[in-house]
Design a protein around this ligand. Sequence first.
Ligand code: 13P
Length: 270
Amino acid sequence: MLDPAQGIHAPNSDPAALAEHIRPLIAGNWKMHGMAPQLSEIEAVAASVKATPPPADVLICLPATLITRAVQTAAGRFAIGGENCSAQISGSFTGDLSAEMLKDAGARAVIVGHSERRQYHGETDAIVAAKAKAARRAGLLAIICIGETNAQRLAGKALSVCAEQIAGSVPDGMTASGTAIGYEPLWAIGSGHMPTPEQIIEMHTHIRQCLTHCLGAEGKKLRILYGGSVKSSNARAILALPEVGGVLVGGASLKAADFLAICGATPVSA
Ligand code: 13P
């Protein structure tokens, strides 16, 4: 569970231990799905996490309309997050929500720069970086998303595209306890197509190098999540890769049974 007192690495706060092993984060992203009846899924996740705590931090990011009720329903068994925030604190920005408002509603984390925000709302790296700073300002975990398109991968540009996105979207001074990277190749999102383990290892190793370059020691520790068509059937193999610090799950996070099976696929050594 995300521990507000100790950041995201609650049970493993010894920095030396942390360098050797990072407790995974299993994060769901409901996208634009979910109304009151679906709170029963949150209730089921909370009951299971209470009965059988997984060896991972658990988070579900929800539409803002559900956050307050979901926080009550989750009853502290796992964390609830938002899917987007404004870079501003408050003001005349009709329809926007600040990171502080998400925090006030009980959220502990926020996704910024999801490819669907970049694609449909024109969010640039600079906008994503401003949102990540807003998350830090509010004390939320920022899950900063990056990832290449199929055309970019086919052109041999996957590594350079992601390096550029990290350089532009990850502000200076972000910490391991306040930040995670979501690597989500666009061609894997909702498609059922997955990168090979070798491709995931190559990219996560590359992202680690980029993070260490821009954040120093903190960059060595922060979690790099894989996202894109994660299901209960493939989660065990993905989470077994030591380069993978967790997963960001779309469709398979909507049903408690599917999401819990993914939580249960975390290696026990974690
Ligand atoms: P899917 O798991 O449905 O492919 O979605 C991935 C995603 O975009 C999570 O943020």
